[in-house]
Write a protein that binds this ligand. Structure first.
Ligand code: ATP
Ligand code: MG
Length: 394
């Protein structure tokens, strides 16, 4: 069988609970699928109320599947073939697919959305199973079949599918609007990115660089991490802040133990301003409760009080091991552990305060002209687009 007719049949994710937003969900998912499949120039995407169909043309459906498995909003997808609403043709196609799959046991699962064809689902199950049993060594196993052949009967045609795979689930990126992620080069923030994108949030990213204290390699690492994440969101804007002058000012004016707390307050302030400029509604960070001194409840409280915008922390209740597991799954781990310095590691105080006092923080901040340094940072931002066409990342 050539690729010509191969069609990938996509079922939607968490739609049942989202009744009113069904249209937005499907529209966004179609756009995201089209974008993800841009390298497959001939492939076309169509949809119905229940399914998205990708006609693969001359492209290998397995390669297309590799891209699809990262697209949020997809519950399942299967490689299938369209068929006329004709019993003999359905029988021939099911048999052909079964023989090609070369397994021992099978089960047919039919779903009839078009009730005019084929008496009942069970009738079609028996019709196709009979054909396979008569013409091959296959046996039926309804509980644990090695091969599940799914048949969907629609108004104008049927689809016969094998090897259904689980999709990435969640909501299509973009249905929830935009957020600004504070992206470092570590393990956590790329995982936080994944968690938010899975909920349908489109991300812009802000990175605080402290050159010459941090190297070009450290920045390249952040770009590589974003490149890996383009399998979930095809394009990111990375806002790179030159944070060195502000950091030096903080270290001059504040006691060493409070430097990280102050630095974090500056980071979220700058991130909030930038977020407002580019229409992001919330900030996102990779903090996890108790992981380091700046991630205690007291620290988080003091950091939050620097801004009015909500800060989402999707990793707040997760163990490092769980975070590492996800980071390996999504492919960011190996890059995250590369040993390049981060702006926080360079200025890492020996004894950071774990329970910062707001009054003390405010005293230090009186000595620093807060707005001046924020404006300075905002005027020194480079924006880089990271796009999935950089195929080296796959
Ligand atoms: P990560 O693994 O994401 O670097 P971490 O465990 O090293 O996190 P911290 O260094 O305390 O923890 O950073 C906590 C969060 O603050 C990060 O997850 C990220 O959201 C943000 N952050 C830290 N450093 C930077 C930076 N240089 N630029 C942008 N955001 C940063
Ligand atoms: Mg870090």
């Amino acid at each position: 069988m050539s690729y010509q007719n191969s069609t990938i049949v996509v079922t939607y994710g968490e739609l049942s609970t989202k009744g009113a937003n069904r249209k937005d969900f499907i529209r966004q998912l179609r756009l995201n699928i089209k974008k993800a499949l841009e390298p497959f120039e001939e492939a076309t995407v169509s949809y119905t109320y229940n399914r998205i169909y990708i006609l693969c043309k001359n492209h290998d459906p397995k390669l297309i599947s590799e891209k699809l498995k990262w697209v949020f909003g997809i519950a399942t997808f299967s490689i299938g073939y369209p068929c006329e609403l004709n019993e003999d043709k359905l029988k021939a196609l099911a048999l052909d697919l079964a023989i090609k799959e070369n397994k021992k046991t099978f089960k047919i699962e039919t779903r009839r959305r078009n009730k005019k064809f084929g008496n009942s689902s069970d009738y079609i199950n028996r019709l196709l199973a009979g054909e396979i049993l008569r013409n091959s060594e296959y046996q039926v196993d309804v509980h644990h079949p090695e091969l599940r052949i799914k048949v969907e009967i629609d108004e104008k045609q049927a689809y016969v599918m094998v090897n259904q795979q689980q999709g990435a689930k969640g909501y299509p990126v973009g249905v929830q609007g935009k957020a600004m992620l504070l992206l470092s080069g570590g393990i956590d923030s790329p995982v936080a990115a994944y968690m938010m994108m899975k909920r349908g949030v489109q991300l812009d990213c802000i990175h605080f660089a402290a050159q010459p204290y941090t190297s070009q390699n450290a920045l390249e690492k952040v770009k590589t991490l974003l490149g890996i994440l383009t399998k979930f969101q095809p394009e990111f804007k990375l806002h790179i802040v030159n944070f060195t002058p502000t950091q030096l000012e903080i270290y001059e004016k504040a006691s060493e133990s409070y430097a990280i707390t102050l630095m974090r307050r500056y980071m979220v302030r700058i991130a909030q301003k930038r977020a407002e400029q580019v229409k992001c509604k919330v900030l996102v960070s990779g903090e996890s409760l108790g992981q380091v001194a700046s991630q205690t409840m007291e620290s988080i409280d003091v950091i939050n009080r620097a801004v009015s915008m909500p800060i989402f922390r999707p990793l707040i209740g997760m163990d490092k091991n769980e975070i590492i597991r996800i980071s390996k799954e999504i492919g960011t781990y190996e890059t995250s552990i590369l040993p390049f310095e981060d702006c926080c590691t360079i200025f890492d105080p020996k004894d950071p305060v774990t329970k910062p006092k707001l009054e003390k923080v405010l005293k230090f901040e009186e000595k620093i002209e807060v707005d001046k340094w924020i404006d300075l940072s905002l005027s020194d931002i480079e924006v880089v687009k990271i796009s999935f066409q950089n195929d080296e990342f796959f």
